[in-house]
Design a protein around this ligand. Structure first.
Ligand SMILES: NC(=O)c1ccc[n+]([C@@H]2O[C@H](COP(=O)([O-])OP(=O)(O)OC[C@H]3O[C@@H](n4cnc5c(N)ncnc54)[C@H](OP(=O)(O)O)[C@@H]3O)[C@@H](O)[C@H]2O)c1
Length: 232
C-alpha cells in the first residue's frame, strides 16, 4: 500500500506538472537495494527507467524491471545512458567514480549520486581526500552531479512514513537547475528536498555515515535523518 506522504506527493505532482513535459529518461546504474528502491519510485512519477547492469538478463534484474512498471527496461551499463537525461549511480561507493568515467560521455546529463565511500578502520574515515561526489564530478566534468539520497536507508526511500515524520533530503551540487530538477523528483516521493550548497559540501553529507559507523563500532548505534526545523 502507498504511504500517505507519497499519495499526497503524487497528487501535488500531478497538479503542478500536468500538461508539462516533465517525464525524464532515467538510467539507473546498478540493480541493488538503492536501485530497487529508487527505480519504482521514479517510475511511479511517470519517468522512463532503464537499469544498467553487468548482467541485465539475470532473473533478479528481470523481476526488478517487471515491478518497476511498463516503461522500464534493463541493458548494459554503457548502453543504459543513451538518451538519458538523468543517470543515477546506485553502485558501490568505492567504484562510483571509475564507473562514471567508463560510462561514456555524460556531458549535459544530471548525475544523481547516492553513494557513500568510507574506509572501515579503527577510526573510520572517508575513502577520498574530498568526497565521492567531487570525484564523480571530476570523472564526468561536463555533467551536473547532484548528491542526493545518501543519508537515507533504502527502506525509508520506499516508505518515508516509517521514520515517524517528514524526511529531508540534502541536495548538494554546483548546478542550481540540476538541483531543482532532482528536488522535484524527491518531492514526488513524499520526501522534502533541501539545497545544502555547492559540491564541496558533499564531504560533510558523506561524513554522516562515517560517524554512524564509528558509533556503531563502539556500541552506540544510532539512526539518523535530517528534518527541517520549524520556521525561525
Ligand atoms: N543500501 C542502502 O540503504 C543505502 C542507502 C543510501 C546510500 N547507499 C549507497 O548507495 C550505493 C548503492 O547501494 P546498494 O546498497 O544498492 O549497493 P549494492 O546492493 O551493493 O548494489 C550495487 C549495484 O552495483 C552493481 N555493481 C556491483 N559491483 C559492481 C562492479 N564491480 N562493477 C560495476 N557494477 C557493480 C550491481 O548491479 P549489477 O549486478 O546489476 O551490475 C549492484 O546491484 C552505495 O554506494 C551505498 O553506499 C546505500
Amino acid at each position: 500500500m502507498m504511504s500517505k506522504s507519497r499519495v499526497y506527493a503524487l497528487i501535488v505532482m500531478a497538479v503542478v506538472f500536468s500538461g508539462t513535459a516533465f517525464a525524464e529518461r532515467i538510467a539507473i546504474i546498478g540493480t541493488g537495494d538503492v536501485a530497487g528502491a529508487l527505480g519504482p519510485e521514479f517510475a511511479a512519477q511517470g519517468h522512463e527507467i532503464v537499469y544498467g547492469s553487468r548482467d541485465p538478463d539475470r532473473s533478479e534484474v528481470r523481476e526488478l524491471v517487471a515491478r518497476t512498471g511498463q516503461n522500464a527496461a534493463a541493458t548494459t551499463q554503457s548502453a543504459s545512458i543513451a538518451d538519458a537525461d538523468i543517470v543515477v549511480l546506485a553502485v558501490p561507493g568505492r567504484l562510483a567514480a571509475s564507473i562514471a568515467a567508463d560510462l561514456g560521455d555524460l556531458s549535459g546529463k544530471i548525475i544523481i549520486d547516492p553513494t557513500n565511500n568510507y574506509v572501515r578502520d579503527d577510526v573510520p574515515r572517508l575513502a577520498t581526500a574530498t568526497s565521492n561526489a567531487e570525484a564523480i564530478q571530476a570523472a564526468a566534468p561536463g555533467a551536473h552531479v547532484v548528491k542526493a539520497f545518501n543519508t537515507l536507508n533504502w527502506r525509508h526511500m520506499v516508505d518515508p512514513d516509517s521514520s515517524g515524520g517528514p524526511l529531508t533530503i540534502p541536495l548538494v551540487g554546483n548546478s542550481a537547475a540540476a538541483k531543482e530538477k532532482v528536488a522535484q523528483i524527491v518531492a514526488g516521493m513524499g520526501l522534502e528536498p533541501i539545497d545544502l550548497g555547492p559540491i564541496q559540501n558533499a564531504r560533510y553529507v558523506e561524513g554522516m555515515l562515517v560517524l554512524w559507523m564509528h558509533a556503531r563500532m563502539h556500541g552506540n548505534a544510532f539512526d539518523y535523518h535530517l528534518r527541517r526545523a520549524a520556521a525561525q
